[in-house]
Design a binder for this molecule. Structure first.
Ligand SMILES: [Zn+2]
Length: 78
């Protein structure tokens, strides 16, 4: 199953197959898995992808301070 990952530094998309994590081709940062399915991503227009990127960027910026809390919550969910 192919998942869509995004770079938290340069915000490039990357398709990743059967791997839980991946690094960015451009800046070697650990990529973040998005909620996008491969088919959803393929159906998106360039504009929609850019909108998603912007949205992700804003979320990353606002979450940055709370990142530690979020990771702690995710640990509990697992
Ligand atoms: Zn990158």
């Amino acid at each position: 199953m192919i998942k869509i990952f995004i770079c938290p530094k340069c915000y490039n998309f990357r398709m990743v197959s059967r791997k839980p994590s991946a690094e960015c081709y451009h800046c070697d940062a650990n990529l973040v898995k998005t909620e996008l399915e491969y088919t959803t991503y393929m159906d998106m227009s360039e504009e929609e992808r850019n909108a998603f990127k912007e949205n992700f960027k804003n979320r990353m910026l606002s979450y940055n301070e709370k990142l530690r809390d979020i990771l702690a919550v995710e640990e509990k969910v697992r």
